[in-house]
Ligand binder design. Structure first.
Ligand code: IVH
Length: 708
């Protein structure tokens, strides 16, 4: 750069040229910082250039550029972070709320492993840190990559930001060649208070709680801002590894501490549920004085070989659980009850509350679940809250546990206004005036309007673009509201999303010329949509929002059928709800009658089927990823277990076979490839023999899968 002049002596042309130069230089530096290990500018030089840019802008306000670097500080740019696919998925934890849930967790493990009830089993217990999880990838002792959890499979690249956190070592000595360390980024109470004070003084955004402050600070495009924020990190788990860290969870945590990570000092080895609960209580006592937020205690099976035998359900490990602390409570006035219509037509009552702070967050809405909950009855017809109903004007107790939606727990009848009346639940849909019907055995009243109900259509679309579904950058709930029923460029069904660009091209007025849009934002939206034409099978299915077919089930169905075409044909064949395709659907782990019925009826309804098929024609639905089954002799095979197994339980055998890519069926048929028969095998063994299905015993099975 040319010698810098005093700002007062800059001519207007010189100022314009220098602002242009600074914009390019700072943008380059930002990019470098995020993609390279070696940033091109020092922090001090970067800051100096930013200050000079701001000073020139102050002296020449009319020259301020549209892409001014001073506007980009911390601005949430939509696709600012690169994406990182986790080598090992970052899963979440199941929850326990009561002591009984903890014993159930332990019992399930004993059962799964087939352990005798007198056998000892060790666990670790440690605080559940209320921050956000981060995965740090080290290669040959160097920190190479830091990624947020994201959707568990793909996270955001926040390497530059992680490098500014003092608790995170940049080099490790004596670590395995590949080591992914996982843990929680958080902010201490003291640092949070000081940060908010600074923010307030500077007229900047004040954070609601330390977790939001930590998340907002880590997810900064400008790593210089992250650096100025006091973030901390506890290591508690790992992902990809080239060599084991230890034999036990406790040993692995100790090893991480030796490598230079901060690990939680309240981590303790415990035997059995009683000891776990004792340590939980101990941590609960210390909670208020720890100086950082925790929201429970995490229990993990200590022996790592047992962890791997236990494995995972679709999104949570069998070998760990989070025992949550009781929710925080507060009393406030119920000002009104609104009815929201969801994507499946459910009429959901929402409490409008006089704002109240619960656990550090201001709450003004809470769910009231359904009609019966307001009346004071649960789904088995038993009383809740001692049968007290909820009325507008009531003094109600509200609680929040972690991230979940606030709920109404109780009513103070002594404060009930004299003129209050029981709440009358609507019997017509407030959005489309269709009848709202309650079916036998259903606690939920539903709008019968189907796709003619705008609320259902809009909620279905919001679900379609949501994070766990299509997750289209720049097309969120707000934009769906905007495009829905738009006169020139309507999005009424998911198909309309994928025709948006071509329709815009043939329109006279273009999206880019609309208020709030420009060349760049319109182009970005079309690009983001284009990118999502390639979509994993499980996500595409989940996105359809078919009742009872959630994320886990969608992935399970995808893994089972492998590709869209096979699945689609199976749905047609199963329409009659009988026959082999129907049987096969029901044999899938986790698919019950209710889900199966809901699924086939979605494909049997003309309008819904047309939308789905047209949509599929606009997409490239990727075949489901098979579990890692390289070298697995049972990948894709249909296996049946029968008789008693002696080396492992049926549940473990099934989970293991599935993790090796096999499909485990409950009965022998022409499709069966292999029968594993233990002692006492009866009719199934006979049928297999009749059909000529290969039959082996448990030892042969173990030999077959050994070392995989
Ligand atoms: S272990 C396979 N340990 O809780 C699961 N998680 O609800 C490995 N978390 O996403 C996670 N403290 O962000 C584990 N001591 C702890 C934790 C912890 C906080 C978070 C983590 C995870 C979430 C799951």
């Amino acid at each position: 750069m040319t010698q810098e002049k005093d700002i007062q002596s800059l001519s207007k042309d010189e100022a314009r040229a220098e602002l242009a130069q600074l914009a390019t230089r700072l943008a380059d530096a930002n990019r470098e910082y995020h993609t390279n290990d070696a940033p091109t500018l020092s922090d001090a030089e970067y800051d100096r250039l930013k200050r000079r840019n701001a000073a020139i802008e102050t002296a020449f306000p009319d020259l301020k550029r549209a892409d001014s670097p001073s506007e980009q500080v911390g601005a949430p740019v939509a696709d600012g972070f690169g994406k990182i696919t986790h080598a090992v998925a970052m899963l979440s934890l199941g929850n326990a709320f009561e002591d009984a849930d903890v014993s159930d967790f332990v019992d399930r493990i004993y059962k799964f492993l087939g352990m005798h009830e007198t056998a000892e089993l060790a666990f670790t217990a440690e605080p559940k840190i209320d921050g956000l999880s981060l995965s740090l990838r080290y290669e040959n002792g160097q920190l190479k990559q830091a990624a947020t959890r994201g959707d568990g499979a793909v996270g955001e690249n926040v390497t530059a930001n992680a490098l500014t956190i003092a608790d995170i070592p940049q080099t490790l000595i004596g670590a395995p060649d590949v080591l992914e360390v996982r843990g929680e980024v958080y902010m201490s109470h003291a640092d949070f208070d000081a940060l908010n004070l600074r923010q307030e003084k500077a007229g900047d955004k004040v954070f609601a709680n330390p977790r939001n402050a930590a998340a907002g600070s880590l997810r900064q495009l400008d790593a210089a801002i992250t650096k100025a924020r006091p973030l901390k990190f506890f290591a508690y788990a790992w992902g990809d590894l080239s060599a084991p860290l230890a034999d036990t969870q406790m040993g692995a945590i100790e090893r991480l501490a030796e490598l230079g990570f901060v690990t939680n000092p309240l981590t303790k080895r415990c035997n059995g549920p009683a000891e776990l609960i004792e340590h939980y209580k101990e941590i609960e006592v210390q909670r208020a004085t720890l100086g950082y937020d925790i929201d429970g205690v995490v229990y993990k099976v200590d022996q790592l070989d047992l962890q791997s035998r236990l494995g995972f359900r679709s999104t949570t490990p069998r070998w760990a659980i989070a025992h949550k602390f009781a929710a925080e409570l507060a009393w406030t006035r119920l000002e009104g009850i609104d009815i929201q219509v969801g994507r499946t037509g459910a009429l959901s009552p929402v409490a409008r509350l006089a704002p109240v702070t619960v656990g550090g967050v201001v709450v003004s809405n809470a769910t009231l679940h359904n009609e019966d909950y307001i009346v004071g009855r649960d789904n088995k017809g038993e009383e809740i809250r001692g049968g007290k109903d909820i009325r507008v004007g009531d003094w109600v107790q509200v609680y929040r546990a972690g991230d979940v939606i606030p709920k109404v727990a109780d009513v103070d009848l002594s404060k009930r206004p004299d003129d209050s009346a029981p709440y009358e639940f609507p019997t017509i849909c407030p959005e489309c005036q269709s009848d709202a019907i309650r079916e036998e055995g259903d606690a939920v009243r539903r709008c019968s309007g189907g796709m003619i109900c705008p609320a259902q259509a809009i909620e279905k679309l919001k679900h379609f673009v949501s994070r766990k579904a299509f997750d289209i950058e720049g097309l969120g709930a707000k934009q769906i509201e905007m495009f829905f029923d738009d006169t020139d460029l309507a999005i009424n069904t998911p198909v309309d999303i994928f025709t948006l660009q071509s329709r815009d091209e043939s329109n006279f007025t273009k999206l880019k010329n609309r208020k709030g849009w420009g060349d760049q934002s319109a182009a970005n939206l079309f690009l983001a949509i284009e990118e999502k034409r390639d979509i994993p099978f499980g996500k595409a299915l989940f996105a359809l929002g078919i009742r009872h077919v959630g994320e886990a089930a969608s992935n399970m169905l995808a893994t089972h059928y492998g590709n869209w075409k096979t699945f689609r044909e199976a749905m047609d064949e199963a329409t009659a709800q009988a026959g082999s395709a129907w049987e096969e659907l029901l044999s899938i782990d986790g698919v019950g009658e209710t889900m199966a019925r809901s699924l086939v009826s979605a494909f049997a309804q003309e309008r819904e089927r047309d939308i789905i098929d047209t949509l599929a024609g606009h997409l490239r639905i990727q075949d489901a990823e098979r579990p890692k089954t390289e070298g697995s002799p049972v990948a894709g095979k249909v296996v049946v277990f029968t008789g008693s197994l002696e080396k492992m339980t049926r549940a473990e055998a099934k989970a293991r076979a599935e993790s090796l890519g096999a499909k485990v069926a409950g009965s022998v048929s022409g499709k069966t490839d292999l029968l594993v028969a233990g002692p006492g095998a009866g009719s199934k063994a006979k049928k297999a023999a009749d059909l000529g299905v290969e039959t082996i015993d448990e030892d042969a099975w173990l030999a077959l899968i050994e070392g995989l």
